[in-house]
Design a protein around this ligand. Structure first.
Ligand code: FAD
Length: 387
């Protein structure tokens, strides 16, 4: 019987397996994807400095192709006074974070798994997790007689669209009335290392530095996003210029933007104490604060930290394992709760397209900027998490 089975070898599942291996626990991963196949995911995401430190310790960091450092983050409100500028000098770190392609990150994780000798069953979707006595059964959907694998505990790291039912935590949530236009944008004036977040009316616009251009996440109402896409590349670029404000010169989309629906989803407690969820399997966030993956990494590290150093081999003595899983769930309450709540609050506040709301947001930014303790706390929470 496996001590730990991890469903999903995406970046969060991989980080959990690597962190567990560093504590001497051999997990086995199962993933529906082909090992190195599929369409490369060129979507860019921002990793915090805290995430970078973790990936470095686990042997992932040096395998990631071309990470772009973020040394300065400017947060501003379109058409209102009030802004914040964070720099790495505020934190005393060489960078506040890094921008990487999701596909490169996933590939670096799977190479690190191979290097650490962690067994990963690719092209192996898990169809169900069934409770048993003192163990759980993974039902594999491989088309060769639905084989089963027994495990003492199961970590669900199967992302936003993962399996549900049986003892698994049920996911509840709601869709935002917003979508994100995601793609690469070139501009006349580019400053390396500088990331921008601009509250631009009906949603935030994030521009992350990526290899001489910006990776763009522009949040809009669905009808407006569709109308802009229908209007064609030139009109879409002009609308982006207006939202971004002066400072970038002329802008143009380098890739045709993908339209991503946005949801807030949280998994409730599982009905079996041997099952826990991490990463997007536990919570799916609005991208406004760029926290989804960073929070998932903290889930994964916390799970490994809670693991009993000496796990009795007898199934009959599972008290230490069950205590560890309960301790993990308890330890994650504050960071998860705070990150979900603040991300949701920021998403809602920045969605109000109204001059009064814009003025209030501008005053809020100015207030955070003027209060050093609040400013530092906000930055530390973004980079290292809450609690
Ligand atoms: C527009 C946008 C921008 C974002 N920007 C940022 C950012 O800047 N910073 C940040 O930290 N986060 C960001 N995020 C969030 C981040 O992308 C996610 O939090 C992260 O991808 C979650 O990783 P994961 O490993 O939990 O899930 P996934 O990457 O989805 O991995 C899940 C894995 O499980 C596997 N799987 C699924 N079902 C099964 C099954 N039944 N059996 C076996 N395997 C299965 C899948 O094949 C996959 O490999 C952003 C999200 C969006 C939408």
């Amino acid at each position: 019987m496996l001590p730990v089975a991890i469903v999903g070898a995406g970046p969060v599942g991989a980080v959990a397996a690597l962190a567990l291996a560093a504590r001497g626990v051999q997990a086995r991963l199962f993933d529906a994807r082909e090992a190195a196949g599929g369409k490369p995911d060129r979507r860019s995401i921002a990793l915090s400095w805290g995430t970078r430190l973790a990936l470095e310790r686990l042997g992932v960091w040096t395998r990631i192709a071309r990470p772009d450092p973020i040394t300065r983050v400017s947060v501003s409100e379109r058409g209102a006074f009030g802004s914040i500028e964070f720099t790495c000098a505020d934190l005393g770190t060489p960078a506040l974070g890094f921008v990487v392609d999701y596909g490169d990150l996933a590939q670096a994780c799977s190479r690190a798994l191979d290097e650490a000798g962690i067994a990963t069953a690719w092209s192996t979707p898990v169809a169900a997790v069934e409770p048993g006595t003192g163990s759980l059964s993974l039902v594999l959907a491989r088309g060769d007689g639905a084989p089963r694998v027994a495990a003492r505990c199961v970590v669900m790291a199967d992302g936003a669209e993962g399996i549900e039912g049986g003892p698994l935590p049920a996911k509840a949530g709601q869709a935002y009335r917003q979508v994100a236009l995601v793609g690469d944008v070139g501009c006349e004036r580019f400053t390396p290392g500088r990331a921008f977040e601009r509250f631009a009316g009906s949603g935030p616009l994030a521009l992350l530095p990526r290899a001489g251009h910006h990776a763009c996440v522009w949040v809009l109402e669905p009808d407006r996003a569709q109308a802009l896409l229908d209007a064609g590349p030139a009109a879409l670029s002009q609308a982006l210029e207006r939202a971004a404000g002066p400072g970038f010169g002329s802008m143009r989309w380098l890739t045709s933007p993908a339209l991503v629906p946005l949801v807030l989803r949280r998994a409730g407690p599982s009905t079996d104490p041997r099952v826990v969820a991490i990463g997007n399997a536990s919570q799916v966030l609005h991208p406004v604060a760029g926290q989804g993956f960073n929070l998932g990494v903290r889930d994964a590290l916390s799970l490994a930290a809670a693991w009993p150093l000496r796990l009795p081999t007898s199934v009959a003595s599972d008290a230490a394992l069950l205590r560890a899983l309960a301790a993990f769930t308890k330890a994650r309450r504050v960071d998860r709760g705070f990150t979900v709540a603040t991300t949701d609050a920021i998403a809602r506040m920045t969605a109000i397209d109204d001059p009064l709301a814009a003025a209030v947001r501008g005053i809020g930014l100015a207030a955070i900027d003027l209060l050093p303790a609040l400013r530092r706390r906000a930055l530390e929470t973004l980079v290292f998490g809450a609690g």
